[in-house]
Design a protein around this ligand. Structure first.
Ligand code: GLU
Length: 549
């Protein structure tokens, strides 16, 4: 279930309808609602002044205001907040006029169910978001700020700087899929963004998450470009996503959604064009459906259209654990650079999905004591060390960490501030910010997630002597083994597990060494040095190819 809370102002003077709507909202599972209920326009306007409201459910006939007048007054008090009009059967034409006059939708009170109400609210919010500046996301701002900082330090040509700031190709789709009851059709937004097409095919994961928007996908595609260039892989960066909470969908629904999304973006993907992979909310199974849909359209099996697929379909050995394994190779290198011996070192891992759980396992194998871990359900702390195999077993049985017996529970904020040698961030973006950077208590902060640290937080941590292993190095293991999978697929070869891991280690450590040398030589932090390495390679390629025509 989602954590997102929607603040709804419910303006309804009929107490029966009021109670019904409140009850329906309380029973809705896809979003959490915080409802403020009032019965007059005066109270509604006061509420809009004092509280943050995401959406207004509005009865147009109130004791102190009637018909469109009600809508106009509400809209002029809060022009940016969407209004869904509540109407009875005999007032439908008034409701339709209200929609013409700027309301987002109307709902018939007599035919209201939890499903119709929930959908109207979700679709209205999705529309508002689509109408708003999609590019304007905090993540894209962060990716662009980081890039501009690197560009300035390296004295990047202004033409190239403009060219790399936004992605080269973007596809935005909205598409339907059937829910399991076959009576409901959900419409969702999907994206595929290709940031740089100069280096070869583009490469990057597909994310299913309720917060996905164009700006987020563009930021992630940008980071993929730097990451691939830094590793020396023959790819430009891409990313895809669907704005949906996959935890609310059944497996069959996920499969229908994936197949339709694939069909929508089929023209711009392909083994020589753009190769998707798993990311947050997607996995091997989703890649199998994507590969099957693509192959059905082509008329023959095309395993190399995706990476991160099951081994039996041409997936690479070692791909599943590659991001976590790569993170730990990098942590070992960074730790030894600052004199931390992982044997006996204390480590905290935020996030226990694919990246975090494998990172915890490999850290434990390297001799570290895992004193805390977390996932969406809880944080766990045990100063004597948690057993990663026991944690994995608990998650296999219960899906989440919550309820694990051999630990104290702690909040996410507390977990981030624990004293430790290594803090590995393998959850979401925007975790270490100006608000908590001063209290982060580790020696090495290793980024497994994309964009978990803001630029201001970087500065504070650098000043405090915390070494940051940036995401473009920290999580590059995933795309590096994806590259191996693609190469194996194109050549119909299979490599052994050892071969994969050896090649992975050598590529990652080489990139780490180059970055460290540059950072030392130019007195830069690792993030800036890593970005400069990546940007320099892309720039060289762009200049060699020139501008068409
Ligand atoms: N989604 C992963 C990333 O962000 C992997 C991408 C890939 O393997 O292409 O790096």
């Amino acid at each position: 279930m989602t954590e997102q809370t929607v603040h709804v102002l419910l303006v309804e003077d009929n107490s029966l309808h009021l109670r019904l709507i409140q009850k329906l909202l309380a029973g809705e599972t896809q979003l959490n609602y915080q409802v403020e209920a009032v019965g007059t326009l005066t109270d509604a306007l006061a509420c809009l002044e004092n509280r943050p409201i995401d959406l207004i459910l509005l009865d147009l006939i109130l004791p102190d205001s009637q018909e469109l007048e009600t809508l106009f007054k509400v809209r002029s008090a809060a022009p940016e907040v969407p209004v869904v009009v509540l109407t009875s059967l005999d007032d439908v034409s008034l409701a339709a006029r209200a929609v013409e006059a700027g309301a987002s939708d109307f709902l018939l009170k007599t035919r209201l169910s939890g499903i119709t109400l929930g959908r109207a609210i979700r679709y209205t919010l999705a529309r508002v978001r689509a109408h708003g500046a999609e590019w304007d996301s905090p993540m894209l701002r962060l990716a662009q700020q980081q890039f501009l900082k690197a560009a300035q330090i390296m004295g990047l040509d202004d033409n190239i700087r403009q060219r790399l700031l936004f992605p080269q190709r973007t596809q935005v789709v909205s598409f339907p899929f059937f829910r399991d009851d076959r009576s409901q059709v959900e419409t969702v937004f999907g994206y595929r963004v290709q940031h740089v097409l100069t280096m070869g095919p583009t490469k990057g994961g597909i994310r299913y998450h309720e917060d996905v928007d164009l700006g987020e996908v563009a930021a992630l595609a940008t980071w993929m470009t730097w990451k691939c260039a830094l590793m020396g892989l023959p790819f430009g960066g891409a990313k895809g996503g669907v704005r949906v909470d996959p935890t609310t969908l059944s497996k069959k629904e996920l499969q229908r959604l994936t197949r339709r999304y694939t069909a929508e973006i089929i023209d711009i993907i392909g083994p020589d064009k753009d190769i998707p992979a798993p990311d947050m909310g997607t996995n091997e199974e989703v890649m199998a459906w994507l590969m099957d849909t693509y192959s059905q359209q082509m008329g023959y099996a095309v395993p190399a259209v995706v990476t991160g697929k099951p081994v039996v379909l041409g997936g690479s050995l070692g791909r599943r654990e590659a991001t976590g394994r790569g993170l730990v190779y990098m942590i070992e290198a960074a730790a030894s650079h600052i004199g931390i011996d992982l044997q006996g070192a204390s480590a905290v891992v935020q996030g226990f999905g694919n990246v975090g759980s494998y990172a915890a396992r490999f850290l434990e194998e390297a001799g570290a004591r895992i004193i805390a871990v977390s996932d969406v359900s809880t944080g766990l702390y045990n100063p004597n060390g948690l057993s990663v195999s026991a944690l994995n077993q608990h998650v296999a049985e219960n899906h989440v960490l919550q309820g694990f017996p051999e630990a104290e529970t702690i909040s996410n904020a507390e977990l981030l501030e624990l004293e430790c040698d290594v803090l590995a961030l393998a959850a979401l973006q925007n975790q270490v910010t100006v608000n908590n950077a001063g209290r982060i208590n580790c020696r090495l902060l290793a980024e497994g997630a994309n964009g978990p640290t803001t630029l201001e937080a970087d500065e504070i941590l650098n000043e405090r002597g915390v070494l940051i292993l940036p995401d473009v190095l920290g999580n590059a293991g995933g795309v590096t083994v994806s590259y191996f999978e693609w190469v194996q697929g194109m050549q119909n070869l299979t490599w052994t597990h050892d071969e994969v891991n050896e090649r992975l280690k050598s590529i990652l450590l080489n990139a780490f060494e180059r970055t460290l040398q540059r950072a030392t030589r130019d007195s830069q932090d690792l993030r800036t040095a890593a970005l400069i390495e990546g940007v320099a390679r892309v720039t060289e390629a762009k200049l060699l190819r020139g501008v068409f025509p």
